[in-house]
Design a protein around this ligand. Structure first.
Ligand code: PLP
Length: 419
């Protein structure tokens, strides 16, 4: 289906119908997997033309029938990137070998020694480590806001970042891992504009859309610059692959794609095919998982051994967070945390008692996954950093899957008896 024909089509339709055309694959309804590292040129002049096009931006486009070498791009990546961009409502998308490959590539593309980065807390532990431990070794600085819905808190952190060096990136993970804390996307765009006016160049707003995925939240529609998604999670959806995607304006994505050639962290042909296939069902899978998550969250909220549940569907009407939720989220998602009365010992006793739920990090798979955040995904943070993000020793993260909700509740009920 040509790009001109997709106007008005909904993301659910694009996820099935756009990106691959059977004409490209000898009529095959599903795309072939092009397992090749390199591509034959029809002539020496053609070889020169495509290299010119790729490196100088002139001549015929690379892609479609003009591939060079799979690290630069391959047909499976073309199909996936077109589909991902269409679903996200963006001009272009680029796919990487993992979500962290996508995050690291954004950092390496846009942050230089002396620059600063602003992010929220909590945030996925790998991203925290990237900006607080690794990038500072290359001379970058960082500041963090703790309430992404509070204008004063974010502005104060932005000022702190700018005092350290030119602010280049504003990172918003929303809802945030593991507590489902929200970041106001409109506020981030406004702060980026203000910072741009003050320092003479506008920082990019990068949203990590992993926890809700492309059907429950559409960051590009809020004017953010880059929408990053760990495709490992809901988009892949079966806990059997690793991949990452970034969508945005053409000029930003072209730059990332060109750099990816050198970093060498593109997505391989087989995994590109797997993600393309999984995108077809992500809307229905997440719908069912979200329905289950509501049932599980209601059970936990009413349980005497549970001190609190961070499920977005429980946000009180009339509160600032609920207003942000209503503006930017289409649904409450199926990943959230609950806090047990007690700490690590109580949490471990409960987790070791589970029979159906799987004790594992990651989220967004067909099966329900559960983990103790402080000792796993957010282990590398100091206790103070964890607390600033609302993670206690009794915090347990749940990614609710596609099992029957009564079976999930039954397993949690018997495990909670051990606390
Ligand atoms: C919110 C978020 N962003 C990024 C990542 C990194 O993705 P990946 O594991 O695909 O590298 C994760 C992984 O758990 C995550 O939860």
């Amino acid at each position: 289906m040509a790009k001109d024909n997709i106007k008005g089509l909904r993301p659910e339709t694009l996820a099935v119908a756009f990106g691959y055309d059977p004409e490209m694959g000898m009529g095959s309804v599903k795309p072939p997997i092009f397992m090749t590292s390199t591509f034959v040129y029809p002539s020496a002049q053609h070889a020169k033309n495509v290299h010119e096009a790729y490196f100088d931006g002139s001549g015929p486009l690379v892609g479609e029938t003009n591939h060079i070498y799979s690290r630069l791009g391959h047909p499976g990546l073309d199909f996936l990137e077109k589909r991902l961009a269409a679903i996200d409502g963006a001009e272009e998308a680029v796919a990487y070998s993992s979500g962290m490959a996508a995050h690291s590539s954004i950092a390496l593309a846009y942050v230089r020694p002396g620059d600063s980065v602003l992010h929220g807390r909590p945030i996925y532990g790998g991203v925290d480590m990237l900006y607080n431990s690794i990038m500072p070794q290359f001379g970058s600085h960082v500041a963090a806001y703790t309430d992404g819905t509070d204008e004063n808190d974010v502005r104060k952190a932005a000022d702190e970042a700018m005092a350290k060096g030119p602010l280049k990136l504003i990172i918003a993970e929303t809802p945030a891992n593991p507590t489902a804390a929200l970041v106001d996307l409109d506020l981030m765009v406004r702060i980026a504009d203000e910072v741009g006016a003050k320092q003479g160049h506008r920082p990019l707003v990068v949203v990590d859309n992993t926890l809700l995925g492309p059907f429950a939240q559409r960051p590009i529609e809020h004017g953010v610059d880059l929408c990053m998604t760990s495709l490992t999670k809901y988009c892949g959806g079966h806990s059997d692959l690793l991949a990452g995607g970034v969508s945005g304006r053409k000029e930003l994505i072209d730059y990332l794609r060109m750099q990816r050639t050198t970093w060498g962290n593109h997505l391989d042909p087989y995994t590109s095919w797997l993600v393309l296939r999984s995108l077809e069902s992500v809307a229905v899978r997440t719908e069912r998982a979200m329905e289950n998550a509501r049932g599980v969250a209601e059970f936990l909220r009413d349980h005497p051994k549970v001190a609190g549940v961070t499920y977005l569907g429980f946000l009180e009407p009339g509160t600032p967070r609920r207003a942000v939720y209503d503006r930017q989220c289409k649904a409450a998602g199926s990943t959230f945390s609950f806090h047990l009365h007690g700490g690590e010992a109580e949490a471990f006793r409960m987790l070791d008692q589970l029979k159906l739920l799987k004790l594992a990090v990651s989220l967004g798979g067909s099966e329900t996954l559960i983990c103790h955040s402080a000792s796993t995904t957010h282990y590398a943070l100091t206790p103070a950093q964890r607390l600033a993000g609302g993670i206690t020793d009794g915090t347990i993260r749940l990614s609710v899957g596609l099992e029957h909700v009564d079976d999930l509740i039954g397993d949690l009920r018997q495990a909670l008896e051990a606390v």
